[in-house]
Structures are given as C-alpha cells and as structure tokens.
Design a protein around this ligand. Structure first.
Ligand SMILES: [Zn+2]
Length: 474
C-alpha cells in the first residue's frame, strides 16, 4: 500500500540507535516509579531526535512526553521501561544465572516496549516532516506498569485529553493484534482498629483487630462461590497486629486485590467486599477504615483501529527471524514444560505447532485466545481515547511472562528483530490514520459507542497519589 514502504524505511534508518537504547535500558533494570535512569535515557533520545519534551507528566518524576509536528490530529504512541524484582539474569544463555544476586531484571521486556514505541514515534515524526503534513505524534514514556497504574494517574491528570488515537504494544511470543480483554482491578487496604488487652488476664477487655481481618477473609472466601467466574480476589497481610500472642491485637491491616471483567462489575464487587469488612468490624466491635492504593480499568477494544493495525501486520508479514534466532529459542524452549509451550499457543488463539519455536505467522484477527486474566494500566487509556495494542513477537513460544527466560532473551538478535518489526507495525498504523481522517472518525465513533452506556470514571479516587514508594517496600 501507498505509504508503507516509506514509513518502514524510516524505521530502519534509526534501527541501530534504538536497539542500543533498548539494550542500555535492559542493563539498568529499575522498578516501578524509580526508573530515573531509564526515563532519562528516553528523555535524552527524545531531545536528540528533536521532539518537544515535557518532563514529569502528571507530576510523576519518571513520566515523560515528547511531541513533534504541527496542527492536525494527535497520535499518541505509548512506551514503558519498568523492570521487575528478582529477575536478574545473564543475557543470551539458556540456564538460570543471576547477573546480580537478588537483582532486578527486564522479565517483561519493557526495555523493548519503550524503545520500539519511541522508534515508531521517531519514524512518524520524520514522515510528517518529509511529506510536509499537518499532524502531531507524541511518545508517552509511561512508568510503573507493573502494579503502579501510572497510566491511570496520567489519564486522571488529563495527559491524553487532546489525543485523537493511541497506539501501543506489548512483548509477546506472537505477532498480532492484542485481544482487548483484561481485568479491571483495584488494590484496597483495610485497616482494623481494636483495643489491646492482656490475652489471658483480661481477654474480655480486648477487641481483636486480627479477629476482624480473619472474619473478613472468611466472609470474602464464602462470597467467592457467588461472584462472576472471571472475577479474582487475592489478599496479603500487611500487619497481623504484632508478634505477641498474649496481647489482643489492637491493629491489623490487609491488602485486597480485586479484579473483574469490567469497571461496573468491579465496582459492584468492591461494594460487597466493603460490606463484609463492615460486618467483620461489627462482629468484633472494632472499626475499619479503607484506602484505595491503585486501580486500573479493563481494556476496551477499537474495531477500526484493530483492522488498520492488522492490515499493517498482513502487509509486513511475520518478523524475519533467522536460523540462529530459532536455534537459541529452541534451547530456551528446552527449559520449559510442555504445558508452558502448549498454553502459549492456546492463549494466543493459535493451534499448537510443536515444531515452531519463534512466531512465523500473523495471528488472525478473529483468533480467540481468551485475553489475559491479568490487568494492565493500558486499560485506562483505552477508556479515555480510542486505542489499539499490538503484540510483538520478540521471544520463544512458551516463555512465561515475568521469568528469567524472558530476561535472558531481552537483548538477543531475535528481540531486536521483533522490536523493529513491531515499530513498523505501529508507525504504519499511525501513518494510515494521518493519511485518512475517516479512520480517526471511525475509531472515535466506535469508542463513543463502547462508552455510551457506562462513561469512563477513573477508578482511582481524586485524593489518591501515585504510590511512588511502592518499590522501596514502604
Ligand atoms: Zn509487561
């Protein structure tokens, strides 16, 4: 098609710089909201490429935005760069070996995620300039995807208010359109306050906050039978009231992570959990206060943008992996179970082809893998503006998410090939939208129809600040 070759050539022009950026970020793994060096590398690259830079988007020190072009529609391309704890791993070997004992690692491939998105934005910037076209392209460097919900805070702050469409991707074993299914979630802390007393001498004077937490958990566990089957509830004790069994525990605190298929369903579930907490407080004559820590919305699809992105994938074909890529992927695959590999195909809606170790075809647009049972803060952006997400094949089929195997593959030639490939898919989709205003109009109409009945309300309450200290354990 008309513009494809030019935009893809522009992506190739910058290949080496962005592969370097990705490798550099891989080598400085930083956790949610502490990505100062990684965000700094992205900021430097934005300046080097001539973008107009806005730092500290939404008051978040490690969020950055770069814009290029004038007038016309605004196309946002979203990237990430946060790493994960405990996934330090030597690159390029097929056995578990930490680089740094207990260190962090890019076990979700966000070094590639940010670099490919910034590469795509750079190519679109060059395309606008070369063709003297009106239109603006923006790269949003979004921190803390792993549990920090930064994009939700950025949406709440209005960072995407004037964006026409948004494009992003996530590292994967397959190439295709990301099935827009994920769970909305929220993290809420329930703090119970009781009354301390000697547990043997005067138990009748004590009111146990720990009892309240335990009764709350019992109540919630009974509720499980009567909630939607795709909802999920998990909890962790933050404060069990101390270590002395001979004291009636005056305080206790538990964090609930509640997930549901969509926002309205999530809100109904939250109400029920709150009632159970109130009931537990009533039973134990304690009091309970709650604090929302973070929340993300489920992903909304966008049919016109999905079709446009898929058309780019079809024109481009699968990533051009070579025999050396497949040889290493085979070694990595040997460290996984049969089940890992088969479920990787199934979750992508693809038939199991045991001899295929690296993606060699595009996932059909109508493939149904069931989406993800996890959550992503991309969901909030998808409620705010029309959004499409690609999956980009960058690692061996069967590689578990958040694993040492994923870190090990993060700066291999296959990862670089996949990263450049998905940058072309995103840049091509952006150029299609810039060349055809009808595509943006259709994307907006689709978005309006999906949100007409349940308009977006940010699930993060106004008074909740981003959990900047989450990675320091506080
Ligand atoms: Zn991720």
């Amino acid at each position: 098609m008309r513009n494809s070759e030019e935009i893809w050539r522009l992506v190739d022009t910058h290949r080496d710089e962005f592969v370097q950026l990705s490798d550099k970020v891989w080598g400085m793994p930083e956790l949610a909201y502490t990505e100062h060096r990684s965000a700094g590398e992205h900021t430097d690259m934005l300046r080097q490429q001539g973008f107009r830079v806005t730092e500290k988007v939404a008051g978040i020190p490690t969020a950055v935005m770069g814009e290029a072009g004038e007038g016309g529609p605004v196309i946002a391309i979203l990237g990430e760069y946060d790493a994960l704890p405990g996934l330090s791993q030597v690159a390029g070997i097929a056995e578990k070996q930490e680089m740094e004992a207990g260190g962090h690692g890019h076990g979700c491939g966000h070094n590639l995620l940010g670099s490919a998105s910034l590469l795509a934005a750079t190519a679109v910037k060059d395309y606008l300039a070369a063709n003297n076209l009106p239109g603006r392209v923006r790269y949003y460097g979004c921190p803390a995807e792993e549990g920090g919900a930064a994009k939700g805070f950025m949406v709440r702050d209005g960072a995407f208010d004037d964006v026409d469409i948004a494009i992003t991707w996530h590292p994967s074993a397959f190439s295709g359109v990301y099935e827009p299914v994920s769970l909305a979630n929220t993290r809420i802390d329930f703090s119970f306050q009781g009354r301390a007393s000697h547990a043997a001498a005067s138990p009748h004077l004590g009111r146990s906050a720990l009892d309240a937490v335990e009764l709350m958990n019992v109540g919630v566990n009974y509720m499980r039978e009567h909630m939607p089957s795709d909802a999920r509830i998990h909890y962790a004790y933050l404060d069990a009231g101390g270590i002395a069994p001979n004291v009636v525990q005056a305080t206790a605190k538990i964090r609930y992570l509640i997930r549901a298929r969509n926002l309205p369903e999530l809100n109904r579930l939250i109400e029920r959990v709150r009632k159970i907490a109130d009931g537990a407080a009533l039973m134990t004559e304690t009091t309970v206060t709650t604090k929302v820590i973070s929340a993300v919305s489920n992903l909304l699809g966008n049919t016109p943008l999905e079709a446009a992105l898929h058309a780019n994938l079809e024109r481009l074909g699968p990533p051009p992996f070579d025999d050396a890529d497949r040889e290493f992927a085979r070694k990595i695959q040997a460290t996984m179970s049969e089940e890992d590999v088969e479920s990787s195909f199934r979750r992508s809606g693809m038939p199991v082809k045991r001899e295929t170790v690296l993606c060699d075809e595009i996932i059909p647009l109508d493939a149904k893998g069931g989406g993800m049972n996890g959550s992503t803060d991309v969901g909030d952006v998808s409620w705010a503006v029309p959004l499409v997400q690609a999956r980009g094949a960058v690692y061996a089929i069967g590689t578990p998410g958040h694993s040492w195997q994923l870190t090990a593959q993060g700066k291999m030639p296959a990862a670089h090939t996949g990263m450049v490939h998905v940058a072309k898919v995103m840049a091509g989709t952006a150029v299609d939208a810039l060349a055809d205003p009808a595509l943006i109009a259709k994307a907006k109409a689709d978005h309006a129809a999906r949100t007409a009945k349940t308009p977006y309300v940010c699930p993060i309450p106004e008074d909740v600040e981003p959990p900047f200290a989450m990675s320091s354990g506080s």
